[in-house]
Every structure is written in structure tokens, then in C-alpha cells.
Write a protein that binds this ligand. Structure first.
Ligand SMILES: Cc1ncc(COP(=O)(O)O)c(C=O)c1O
Length: 434
């Protein structure tokens, strides 16, 4: 059972200490120091309830789903589909609007390839709404993770459509004036991240979606860094499609999701084809099932989906608004603490301005990899490099940065330990001055 929750108030240090007991990995020492895990933006740790759920599935119910008539197969199918309902409910969507994918990258590629299938060759009437070609534009932003950029570049290369991007301001926020200008009747798809994995900027998703719909564009939301950290109601946001990764939200690797409005998913041509997604097959052709099975060819990540439902239950019981507030406070501590250290430049909004619970930064005169190694020697785990966002780093005048990212199990004391260590980086490497 997860820790007990006091839903009446905000999360407290006492509650977070209880939460930490659910995450055995956090109790270990790394390089002789207590582990300070500040890399949840890359992947989160897993609570016991999630690991036990997956193990229990293998011990008691393991079987292929949607195939067998035997008792175990029925039990596995039931729990697999119940898990879909749990996760769909968590995101404010209907069950048939949630397609299991391996991760967010797989979901975005599924969309880009399916749009491609609707653009080239003989296209069924209902799928033509997704077709793109010369004269059409796909719009992204300058802050995208490569997962929400490269598949669209490939789609443009295959179809002759043009890729455009909305630039960012110097503080990392989206240039909304440029957004208004770049969204035109030529825009067929607008794909943007809800929360930047580098700057922590939270984009106004509902406003951007309304702007895109006003010009008739389809909206794809990359919810990779928002679904784990804030309450999401995808239907209320009115996005047409959204993707997320389970491993960033307490679940195992190998499971993620693609949301699509039911009518759109049922009209979209499939990407992967094969078993489990068809109604009838002859030697010449095949008819496809409706969503979500239409997009779930082959044997699915069953135990992972079941474990994702356990992860979502854990998050839900803790309370997404409470988690968001706790992390937002940690994020502000990170930023104001980093700002106070000489020679550090924080990427993204300054302290006091809302952002996600993460901070990427540059240490003047020290390469990010050296920063990462120095922190690792003190048991502090951060991410270094371009965080799969090379164009954004280039725009900010960097090739790499160091990123500390928090989750519900991190404490203010850990942020303090981290800041103390960062303050020692430049003296250690013999770098001084601005
Ligand atoms: C904003 C954003 N989008 C997409 C991804 C890709 O996620 P995955 O590698 O799990 O597919 C990430 C992962 O870091 C991300 O932060």
C-alpha cells in the first residue's frame, strides 16, 4: 500500500519522508554519500506498489490478451483493459481514446507516420483530413525535444510539406506574437511541448490549442513533462492528440500512451500493421479495427500497462495538485539558489516566475560533463548534455547544460545539498570571475 496521505493540506516534509520509504532505491549510498536523485526528468524512480503489481501479474495472471479463451487469458485481458480505463480516467479521456505505445517517442512517430500514410498513395476519404503536402505547414516550437521535432522533419521530407517553428524569447518562454503570426490556414498540424524539459517553461496549452483550432490546425501535445507532474484534463484542454511516457511517471519502461479524440483515431490510417489490429484478412487485403486496437499491432506491453495503472493510482492518491505545488516550490528553491552562486546561468525563467520543478544551468568555464561528474562524486545524480534539445541549446548559446529535476520524493534538504555542491564546482576546477 502507498503511504497515507493528508489530502486536506499541502504536502509536508513528514509526508515526503514517508513517500521515500515507498522508493527503496532512494535509500542507497552512491560513492559513499546518500543518493540525491535529481534526474526524474529523464526517468523517475518506482514505488514498491508498482513493482509488486508487475510481479504479481507475472506470478498470477500472465497470459496474452485479446486472444485466448482460457481463464488466464480472460483475467489478463480484464486487468489490461481495466488499466487502460484507470490511466484514461487519470488524463480526463475515454478508454477508447488511449492507445498504448512504448513511450512518447513511439507515439509521436506513430502520428507522423500515420499522417504520412494519409498523404501518399490511395487514401480513404475519411483519412484525407490528415494528409499534408507541398504548400502545407507543420508547426513546432524552438523548445521541442527531438522526439517532437525529428518525426515531423521526416514527415515533411516524405510529403513535401514545410516545417516551421515558433521562436522562444530570451527567458525561454514562447514568443506568443510569433505564434499568432505563424499559425495560418496553411498550418495543418501544430505540435508543441506542454512543459520544456530544459527550461521548465509551462506553455499555455489551452490558449495555443484555441489559436490553432481557429485556423483549422490539428494539435499534438507532448505531455511528457506535464502528465507526471500536474493534473491534466486532456479533453478540457481540447488538444486533438497527446503523448506521454510511463517511465517518467513512476511506471516501468516500455509503456506510454497516445491520446487521440475518438473520431480522429478511428479515421486515421494505422502505422504498424499485423496481428491484433484487424477484423478480416484475405491474401489480398485487410480491414482494420477501431481505435485503440487499430494502433496496437502485435503483442502489447501487458505487465507494463498494468504497472502504469498502479503508478497512476499512486499519483492520484497523493494528489496531482499537491505534487505540482511541492515540486514548484522545489523548483523555485533550485532557481533562486543557483542564481545566488557566482558564475551560474540558469536557463529559462528567473526565480519567482512559474516553472516546472527543474532547472538547467551553465557553469561558466566548466563543461557540463565535468559538472555532472563532480556532483556524482557526492552522490548527486543530474543529467548533463543537450537533453535531446539541440536547437534550444543552440538558441541559448550553448551546446550542453546540467539539469536538476525533481519529483514528489525530493526534499528541500536534497536541494540544499545539491546547491552546496554546485557552489564548489568552479573553485574545484580553478575557475573564477564571471
Ligand atoms: C518533453 C519531452 N518529450 C519527449 C520525450 C521523449 O520521451 P521518451 O524518451 O520516453 O520517448 C522526453 C524525454 O525526455 C521529453 O522530456
Amino acid at each position: 500500500m502507498p503511504h497515507s496521505v493528508d489530502h486536506d493540506g499541502p504536502m509536508t516534509s513528514t509526508e515526503v519522508l514517508r513517500i521515500r520509504n515507498d522508493f527503496p532505491i532512494l535509500a542507497q549510498e552512491v560513492n559513499g554519500e546518500p543518493l540525491v536523485y535529481l534526474d526524474s526528468g529523464a526517468t523517475s524512480q518506482k514505488p514498491i506498489s508498482v513493482m509488486e503489481t508487475e510481479q504479481e501479474f507475472y506470478e498470477q495472471r500472465n497470459s496474452a490478451v485479446h486472444r485466448g479463451a482460457h481463464t488466464l487469458a480472460v483475467a489478463a485481458t480484464d486487468i489490461f483493459e481495466d488499466s487502460r480505463a484507470t490511466v484514461a480516467n487519470f488524463l480526463g479521456i475515454a478508454e477508447n481514446e488511449l492507445v498504448w505505445t512504448a513511450n512518447a517517442t513511439a507515439g509521436l512517430n506513430l502520428l507522423a507516420y500515420s499522417f504520412g500514410n494519409a498523404s501518399i498513395g490511395e487514401v480513404p476519404a475519411q483519412a484525407r483530413q490528415f494528409g499534408v503536402g507541398p504548400g502545407d505547414e507543420i508547426l513546432v516550437t524552438e523548445m521541442e525535444h527531438h522526439a517532437n521535432l525529428v518525426p515531423w522533419q521526416e514527415l515533411c521530407a516524405r510529403t513535401g510539406a514545410s516545417l516551421k517553428f515558433i521562436p522562444i524569447n530570451n527567458d525561454g518562454t514562447l514568443d506568443m506574437d510569433a505564434a499568432a503570426q505563424l499559425l495560418t490556414e496553411r498550418t495543418k498540424v501544430f505540435a508543441f511541448t506542454h512543459v520544456s524539459n530544459v527550461t521548465g517553461v509551462i506553455n499555455p496549452a489551452a490558449e495555443l490549442t484555441a489559436m490553432a483550432h481557429a485556423v483549422g490546425a490539428l494539435v499534438v501535445l507532448d505531455a511528457c513533462q506535464s502528465a507526471p507532474h500536474m493534473a491534466l484534463d486532456l479533453q478540457a484542454l481540447d488538444v486533438d492528440f497527446a503523448v506521454f511516457s510511463g517511465h517518467k511517471m513512476l511506471a516501468p519502461t516500455g509503456i506510454g500512451g497516445l491520446y487521440g479524440k475518438a473520431a480522429l483515431l478511428d479515421a486515421l490510417p494505422p502505422f504498424l500493421t499485423g496481428g491484433s489490429m484487424i477484423t478480416t484478412v484475405t491474401m489480398e487485403k485487410a480491414e482494420y479495427l477501431k481505435a485503440p486496437q487499430r494502433f496496437e499491432a502485435g503483442t502489447q506491453p501487458i505487465s507494463q500497462a498494468v504497472a502504469l495503472a498502479a503508478a497512476v493510482n499512486y499519483l492520484h492518491e497523493t494528489g496531482m495538485d499537491r505534487i505540482h505545488d511541492w515540486e514548484a516550490a522545489l523548483g523555485q528553491r533550485l532557481v533562486s539558489g543557483l542564481e545566488a552562486i557566482e558564475g551560474i546561468r540558469v536557463l529559462g525563467p528567473a526565480s519567482g516566475i512559474p516553472r516546472a520543478g527543474l532547472a538547467a544551468f551553465e557553469v561558466a568555464g566548466v563543461h557540463a560533463h565535468d559538472v555532472g561528474q563532480f556532483l556524482d562524486a557526492s552522490g548527486i545524480a543530474v543529467r548533463v548534455g543537450h537533453h535531446c534539445a539541440q536547437p534550444l541549446h543552440r538558441r541559448l548559446g550553448l551546446s550542453a547544460s546540467t539539469r536538476a529535476s525533481t519529483y514528489l520524493y525530493n526534499t528541500p534538504e536534497e536541494v540544499h545539498v545539491f546547491l552546496e555542491a554546485v557552489a564548489k564546482v568552479r573553485p574545484y576546477f580553478g575557475v573564477s570571475g564571471e
